[in-house]
Design a protein around this ligand. Structure first.
Ligand code: MLT
Length: 266
């Protein structure tokens, strides 16, 4: 299993394929294996780097009481430094998209393109913040299995298969409880980063599940309206986990984005 030390932390990662480097950033409370379907489909053309964020998956536990989007962004830059990778096509799913925007704000020159998958640029409403506090308390008191069941049933499209639900449920169940609590607080504290998109100078796509209730199409439209070179791709038959629910359509949307980068360069 590959591990690397970066920013004084041990990270687990996948690094497959060769070509232009793509950095896949997973959502909450998931891990880098959420990208397996995309790695299978895209690694024949590009280099896929998919780390487990600090505290998640097989990366070391985190001592941070709050796992901020900025902290994860700095970790990604440090991981890229270890790999000697200067610029990436950045792909973020949901919380990974919040991290991607923090990364684009801090390291704009290191982003070659941006894919926001089932994600948004806006901050939490007061109601959403209160919901996060409740989720943290419930998870500590009742255990993460209930959260895993709720997320698997609540986030995917109605037509999601038992296998797809199981895949999500397992990832959530495998996430450390303290990571869940620290990440909920980190997401709660994240600012609105729509302005980061306004200064984004590279091609961008918002990939949105037709049935995503957490990051619905209106959020994608807000992001795309802010950028100078952006498109929205609707993924049929998908809710909040489009890369798992409809992997072919997501891979096609990513390939289309990367070909826009190539045609700009050429
Ligand atoms: C995710 O999928 O990363 C989270 O559900 C995002 C969020 O809770 O805002």
């Amino acid at each position: 299993m590959p591990y690397c030390n970066a920013a004084r932390h041990q990270f687990h990662y996948r690094d497959e394929g060769s070509g232009d480097p793509v950095l896949f950033v997973h959502g909450f409370p998931l891990n880098g294996t959420m990208w397996l379907e995309q790695i299978e489909r895209t690694s024949p053309q590009v280099r896929c780097i998919a780390p487990d964020l600090r505290g998640f998956g097989l990366s070391d536990p985190s001592t941070d009481r709050v796992l901020t989007m900025e902290r994860h962004a700095d970790d990604l830059a440090a991981i890229m430094d270890v790999f000697g990778v200067e610029r990436v096509d950045l792909v973020g799913h949901s919380m990974g998209g919040y991290v991607a925007l923090a990364f684009a704000e801090r390291y704009p020159e290191r982003v070659r393109s941006l894919a926001m998958v089932n994600s948004k640029s806006t901050a939490d409403s007061e109601e959403a913040k209160a919901g996060r506090d409740m989720t943290a308390i419930k998870t500590v008191i009742q255990g993460r299995a209930i959260l895993a069941r709720e997320m698997a049933n609540g986030l995917l499209a109605d037509e999601a298969s038992p296998w797809q639900k199981g895949r999500v449920e397992t990832m959530v169940e495998e996430t450390r409880v303290e990571t869940i609590v620290a990440a909920l607080e980190g997401m709660k504290q994240r600012p609105d980063r729509t302005a980061v998109l306004e200064s984004l100078a590279v091609p961008m796509v918002a990939i949105v599940g037709e049935e995503d209730r957490l990051a619905p199409v209106g959020e994608a439209q807000t992001m795309v309206a802010a950028v100078s070179d952006g498109t929205t791709t609707l993924i049929p038959g998908a809710g909040h986990m489009a890369p798992i629910e409809n992997p072919d359509a997501v891979a096609a949307a990513l390939a289309a984005l990367w070909s826009r980068v190539e045609s700009r360069a050429g």
